[in-house]
Design a protein around this ligand. Sequence first.
Ligand code: NAD
Ligand code: UGA
Length: 485
Amino acid sequence: MEIKNICCIGAGYVGGPTMAIISYKCPNIQVEVVDNNEDRVNQWNSENFDNLPIYEPGLAKIVKKCRGKNLYFSTSVENSIRKADMIFISVNTPTKKKGIGAGMASDLKWVEACARLVANYAEGHTIVVEKSTIPVRTAEVIKSILEGSDHSTNKIKNSTYEVLSNPEFLAEGTAINDLLYPDRVLIGGENEKAIMSLSNIYSNWVPKEKIIHTNIWSSELAKLTANAFLAQRISSINSVGALCEATGADVREVARAIGSDSRIGSKFLNAGPGFGGSCFKKDILNLVYLSRYFGLPEVADFWEGVVKLNSWHQHRISKLVVQKLFGTVTGKKILILGFAFKANTNDTRESASIKICKDLIEEGALLFIHDPKVSSKQIKADLQIDEDIYLKSKSESQITHAEGGWCAIETITSSIDNADAIVILTEWKEYFDIDWETIATKMRRPAWIFDARSVLKDENISNFGLNFWRVGDGSKNNISNLLEN
Ligand code: NAD
Ligand code: UGA
């Protein structure tokens, strides 16, 4: 079946970039990305390509090339479904907040709503593709909604369906590259013709040997498992980092040593402030829920440990900041560098910065938060604390009397006066080469630099009389102790 019209429901971090690449690589296919969030759609259609709702390197250029030719963003969900030969469901699947499985299971209400929309409006033969990350056996739910929907309506509309699983493996910040040169494309399904229709789209730019076909349940489970394995590596290296700090070892050296074993590999071994992002935690918790549901408590406990370690590690960093600043941060001025969950994205979902900032504000710290791509509106939404916009302009004496607050800052240098500490939480390029000589003259002594991303060079900091802590680096212990005393 040759696909001429694609509809993607969900114009988010996955739907937007994925469809941009399909339209770019398949000029003969009309691609419409639909979303019921009007603001988001308007942003995708904005004349200024700097205002797209998602910041992703290389994305704006591709949207500019394709939008209006064979790539469209719209709120006309029903119309788009009607026209489509293939529909991608790319909506959010967050963790359930209440009811059975609350805090663990994925909330499938958005996926279910999409299946119902497709059942109501699709005409002719439609291939429905699960792009969202979902629990294993969700395809069954989608199928039963599609097929179980009013049979007479299906007959009148002459509707038939095939459901495929095609999970997305892109990472934010590198989405365009990941989509253009994927390690693999995974397609799970039963119907050979439907599988080939989707494979043929990808084979416009992905080598055939990288397009893997599996049964539908393996495909669904492989997505959850891939994220669980990746997150597990981060918790593993962060746990080793804590041990390094306690023993005088350096986690970067340990990572290099173990990563050069080809069976282990060197990627995803960077110690940091703990993994964030919208998916790792929710996908593992989903795996935990499924394991318990299927009567495998040991399996559930194993994976739950990955999330627990991550959470412990994030609190460990905020505690450590407090301890190093003489056990109290009340009224102390701390610059937070980076609020996004990783560099090159404006996404803050589950960012380690949220937890660490909340902890520090709770302790009474005055946070001056910098991020090149995250707005103060977003920071406010994440911290659920109003911005203290007067903080920036308060005189030093007023600041020392204040307790617990935050404000967003545009530049580091304009806000550094009398700061007690800087905490680097996102590895933005611009934090690699800060002018420490100038910074050092402006901070209040003893001043601390906490590098939770290992982006700084030791000598650049210590040479200017600043105390320096780097995640997982126990070799710093002696230097820090000396300076502290
Ligand atoms: P997102 O929240 O950025 O986007 C989802 C969009 O779907 C929203 O704009 C929302 O308005 C829209 N939507 C929800 N229900 C709708 C409906 N009934 N009709 C029309 N629009 C509707 O989410 P995301 O980050 O793009 O993630 C989507 C899925 O992809 C999730 O299952 C996620 O786990 C998975 N995933 C995400 C990433 C990532 O990097 N963010 C990577 C791989 C997989
Ligand atoms: C992750 C996966 O890498 C993607 O394959 C997957 O498609 C996606 O989740 C998803 O399903 O949503 P993403 O969360 O965008 O992608 O970004 P990652 O690069 O995986 O980083 C996740 C978190 O781990 C970030 O907070 C990052 O800073 C942290 N991280 C990553 C480390 O602390 N150390 C590392 O070595 C690597």
